[in-house]
Design a protein around this ligand. Structure first.
Ligand SMILES: Cc1cc2nc3c(=O)[nH]c(=O)nc-3n(C[C@H](O)[C@H](O)[C@H](O)COP(=O)(O)OP(=O)(O)OC[C@H]3O[C@@H](n4cnc5c(N)ncnc54)[C@H](O)[C@@H]3O)c2cc1C
Length: 464
């Protein structure tokens, strides 16, 4: 090979083509001060790979070095011999999996909560090559009540209800004060919602994504994201050290404190509430949850979970003494709790959740209900919009995703904000309002616009 000839490297791992790279032979300086002549330096994702022609149609990976630098880190003692067909300038490369070569996917999903798993599943079903990276174990740690409308079962697979169901709920008792204060019940005659095993839900949804063909990998924390004109590159640390991956499009499904959102300089949600919860060991099959309008601008709750115990929780904005309010709640109920956990709840989506080649779904995009903080259904609904609208070959389709999820949820979120304002009204006004409005309702818990539905109107008229 001579130095003016471009070199096409077909990088293979276990016989599978991983990447094709076109490189020019050049001279580069190595860290030990020596110069390497006629080497191919390939820069990908912050690392440079130096391939050396060692004659007789054989090329060797001799070093890796940080991209953009002129010196390599020295000859790699574990250098891999690459058999090449020098006449055609084509290198057949046989790389062991330890060699860190990025692969190109259609979609790379960061975070495997419900929206991430749902998007991975839907995109894989549509025939796309999907890699989903989860920083820990799917579903852990728990920071959610798993209180959802019965619509949840439209997003699950066979056997899910038997596996995940804990209790069914018909309504909520609202209290202006603590457990001994007056209760104002709002309820439906049909089941309004279910309490489910949230950790199990995440695992179930991840299994569906895997079955559909998505490559779901746990213990991979994405630490950096770089958007290029034609692709997005991420660096992730995992059990085998740091690895790089590339995709045509990136889905940031990494929750309320999204790393993807920060790395891409996307705007933040309007607000991040602090939620806490804990469990007692009482068996409780009651079909009402209790809601206490005690913490500023939000509420505390008690959720009966059947044989899985009772959950006590609350959420409030930063600056509020969440622990004190929580202690007041459990003191009021005179109960001991264990397994305390906490998490952030984003409220108010930013104006933009897409870039040229990346998009956010779920809590990363604040696709939550402003009056409850619930985001499981909104996130998965938005994942379906993303999977339907986005074509990884056509960045322009990201605008269609922005339009679709906002058209579906924007009015619900706007009305949800109005409902939340009632949590801050003076107590006497709250009491009057709760007394006037309580009773049977025809409202869907995920759709505040159903407050003005015919069904709700009929229900209200029928109780007078
Ligand atoms: C106290 C509390 C109670 C709640 N109760 C309810 C409820 O009853 N009903 C309801 O609908 N909603 C509830 N929510 C909201 C609900 O939990 C979220 O809306 C939902 O989990 C959003 O899913 P997500 O996948 O967007 O985010 P998450 O569930 O936070 O999942 C994000 C995933 O990304 C992973 N991740 C993060 N960073 C990285 C990274 N750098 N690399 C790789 N992976 C990463 C995380 O490990 C995680 O698995 C509650 C929230 C809180 C805090």
């Amino acid at each position: 090979m001579c130095s003016s000839v471009p070199l096409l490297l077909d990088l293979e791992c276990d016989g599978i083509l991983v990447l094709e790279l076109l490189a020019q032979l050049e001279t580069t300086a190595l860290a030990d001060g020596t110069a390497a002549d006629d080497v191919a330096v390939v820069e990908r994702l912050g690392l440079g790979y130096v391939f050396d022609d060692v004659g007789e149609g054989v090329v060797q990976l001799v070093a890796s070095r940080p991209a953009g630098r002129s010196s390599a880190s020295g000859r790699d003692p574990n250098a891999v011999r690459l058999a090449t067909d020098a006449d055609e300038h084509i290198s057949r490369t046989y790389l062991p999996s330890a060699v860190n070569v990025p692969s190109m996917y259609d979609f790379l999903v960061v975070g495997v909560g419900p929206p991430g798993a749902r998007f991975a599943r839907r995109a894989a079903e549509a025939g796309y090559d999907v890699l989903a990276l989860e920083k820990g174990r799917v579903g852990e740690p728990l920071a959610c009540s798993g209180h959802v409308s019965t619509d949840i079962w439209e997003f699950t697979g066979d056997g899910a209800r038997e596996e995940l169901f804990q209790n069914e709920i018909y309504g909520a008792r609202f209290h202006v004060g603590g457990p001994t204060s007056d209760a104002y019940p709002f309820y439906k005659t049909d089941v309004a919602s279910n309490v489910i095993d949230r950790v199990g839900l995440d695992r179930h949804l991840a299994a569906l994504a895997r079955e559909a063909g998505a490559d779901v990998r746990e213990a991979h924390t994405v630490t950096s994201v770089t958007e290029h004109h034609d692709r997005v590159a991420v660096v992730a640390s995992g059990p085998d050290g740091t690895r790089e991956f590339e995709a045509k499009m990136l889905a940031g499904c990494d929750g309320p404190r999204s790393r993807v959102r920060d790395e891409l300089d996307l705007p933040q949600p309007e607000e991040l509430l602090h939620g806490v919860l804990a469990f007692s060991e009482e068996d409780d099959h009651q079909d009402f949850v209790d809601v206490h309008l005690t913490p500023p601008t939000f509420f505390a709750w008690r959720i009966p979970r059947g044989e899985a115990g009772v959950e006590y929780g609350l959420a409030a904005p930063p600056g509020v003494q969440v622990t004190k309010h929580f202690e007041d709640l459990i003191d009021g109920y005179e109960i001991d709790v264990a397994h305390r956990c906490s998490g952030a709840i984003p409220i108010g989506p930013p104006d933009r959740v897409t870039t040229r080649r990346a998009f956010l779904i779920g809590d990363a995009a604040a696709q939550t209900k402003p009056f409850t903080g619930g985001g499981i259904l909104y996130g998965m609904t938005s994942a379906d919009h993303a999977a339907r609208e986005i074509n990884p070959e056509r960045p322009a389709t990201l605008a269609a995703y922005e339009r679709a999820w906002r058209a579906d949820l924007e009015r619900e979120q706007a009305l949800g904000r109005w409902i939340r304002r009632a949590y801050s009204l003076p107590e006497p006004v709250q009491r009057l309002g709760l007394r006037a409005l309580s009773g049977e309702i025809g409202v869907h818990m995920d759709r505040p616009t159903s407050l003005v539905s015919l069904e709700h109107l009929k229900t209200i008229l029928s109780r007078r």
